[in-house]
Structure formats: C-alpha cells, structure tokens
Design a protein around this ligand. Structure first.
Ligand code: ZZB
Length: 261
C-alpha cells in the first residue's frame, strides 16, 4: 500500500504531553517535531479539522536528521528506516516515547487545511498496525472522522477533551452528484450512524464515500478547484511533496498482515 505521509508540525504540546516528554527534553531540544499521518486521500487535506491518535497506543519520536523528528508508531518507523526517510538507511534513533492519551490536546499545523492550527484528539478505532498510527481527520469526506468528531463534541468531559479542541466544522472540499458537498455527514445521516461504535454502517459508508468521490467527485477548493478528483489527487499529493509537507510512505502488505494477525 502506498500512502502519503502528511507532516503535521507540533506547535504547542498539551500539558500532559509536556510532562510526558520532560525526561526526554535534552534529546528533543531544538528539533522540529512532526506527527506523520498516513493517508490515501491527499486531495482532502484542505478539509482537515484535527488529527487522531489511539489513546492506548504507544508512539515514539524518531530522529530524521539534525533538525527534524517524526512522531509515529515504532512499526512505522522501522518501515521508514528502509525507505530512505531517515538520515542513515536501516538505522532507527528513538528520542522519546509517548502514549496517545498524553498527546491529546496538542496543537499542530495541518498542511493545506483552511484552519491555521488544529488539535490532536482521541479515536477508539485507530489501528496500531496500520499506517503510522496517526490519522488525519477530514469529517467532510470520511464518515469515521465525522462520527468520531461528533462523539467528542457531544461528550467532551467523558472523552477528556476541551470544547475549543473540537470546535471545528467540516469544510466543503469535494462535490459529488449523489451526496453534495459534505459527503460524510450526508452518508452518516442516510445510514443513521450515531457514533464511532457503529462499525458495520461506517464500513459501508466509507466504501460508498471512496467510490463516489473518486469516480464522480470534483474538487471545489484550492489550486485545482474545478478539477475531477481522479485528476487532482496526484497533483495535490505532488504539491505537498514539493513543499516538503509530505512524503511517500510504503507499507509492505505481507508484513502488515503477519504483524496484525
Ligand atoms: C484522510 C482521509 C480523508 C482518509 C478521507 C479517508 C477519507 P483504508 O481506507 O482502510 O484503506 N487511516 C490511516 N491509518 C489508520 C489507522 N492506523 N487506523 C485507522 N484508520 C487509519 O485506510 C486508509 C484511510 O484510513 C486513510 O485515509 C486514513 O484516513 C485512515 F476523506 O486519510 B484517510 C472514505 C474515506 N475518506
């Protein structure tokens, strides 16, 4: 599977994250730290409203070079080490460990998003064995993201999030003939999805959202406004790669199966 790794720069750690990384301050000093989200939909990055981590997942901060470090799962970092993403091929330098729940509330920069800064939020269904374990959230076009963001908005206290972290609306970024300009909210309504726990309906909605956007969708924002999703997808990916806000990340399929199974 070929993903686009989206670099989301840490602007301000949450208080919990500050305490959690305090023991590693020396190693992290002076480094730009990026949370890296693996996506198959680079054309949706204009609509990012937050990023998700699994609260129970352990992440590492891995050195890229003298100036940068990436926050991902160890499994993803090991794969990256063999894809010329780090300074020395095959070498993994871990600067810190941090659990997902401590990262929640951290303020980050999501490339291309219409929002200047967004927050890290918790999601129950993040798979530790897929991508980087960091998921960028586009509630306009991903039913899972929309359902989860709604859960968090409804029950801030229960999920331990501040209201200002979830105070972001889905952004119309792609128009489709069947679902209009907010495909995921529309599909959640049609399929009567009430929460991130509605796994069966969410899987169906995701399948429909993917197909409809890819075959029928038109981008309605940004440099490629008016272009078909099929044509704009790689152009928007390349724009992100050229500006060094993203890179190609490959996941060996067999490896993923054997490690998650
Ligand atoms: C942004 C985005 C925007 C995504 C969208 C989807 C959609 P798939 O579809 O199962 O092959 N993802 C990535 N890593 C993880 C993880 N560890 N746990 C859970 N979800 C993860 O997987 C690819 C998509 O699943 C990725 O693309 C990512 O969300 C999420 F509008 O990134 B996507 C209809 C879907 N729309």
């Amino acid at each position: 599977q070929e993903y686009t790794g989206i670099k989301m720069k840490v602007l301000d750690w949450s208080n919990a994250a500050k305490s959690a990384i305090a023991p590693f301050d020396d190693a992290l000093k002076g480094k730009n730290i990026y949370m890296v989200a693996a996506t198959l939909r680079p054309e949706t990055m204009y609509g990012q409203t937050n990023c998700f981590v699994g609260p129970g997942i352990t992440y590492g901060v891995y050195q890229v070079n003298d100036t940068d470090a990436y926050l991902v799962t160890e499994r993803a970092a090991r794969n990256m080490a063999f894809q010329k993403i780090f300074a020395k091929e095959g070498e993994l330098i871990k600067l810190a460990d941090i659990k997902g729940d401590a990262i929640v509330g951290t303020k980050i920069k999501a490339p291309l998003s219409i929002y200047d800064a967004v927050y890290v939020l918790p999601m129950e269904n993040v798979l530790p064995t897929k991508g980087t374990g960091v998921v960028t959230s586009v509630p306009s076009d991903s039913p899972d993201d929309f359902a989860t963001l709604q859960d968090l908005k409804k029950k801030c206290a229960y999920y331990n999030v501040e209201p200002e972290w979830v105070n972001f609306e889905p952004v119309p970024i792609i128009e489709t003939p069947t679902y209009g300009t907010l495909t995921a909210p529309k599909l959640c309504e049609i399929k009567k999805i009430n929460s991130q726990k509605d796994r069966v309906q969410l899987a169906e909605a995701k399948e429909l959202a993917y197909k409809e956007a890819f075959y029928q969708g038109t981008v309605i924002i940004g440099d490629y406004k008016g272009m078909k999703v099929q044509d704009a997808k790689n152009k928007i990916r390349d724009l992100l790669i050229d500006s060094k806000e993203a890179f190609v990340y490959n996941e060996p399929e067999g490896l993923v199966m054997s490690r998650s199974g």
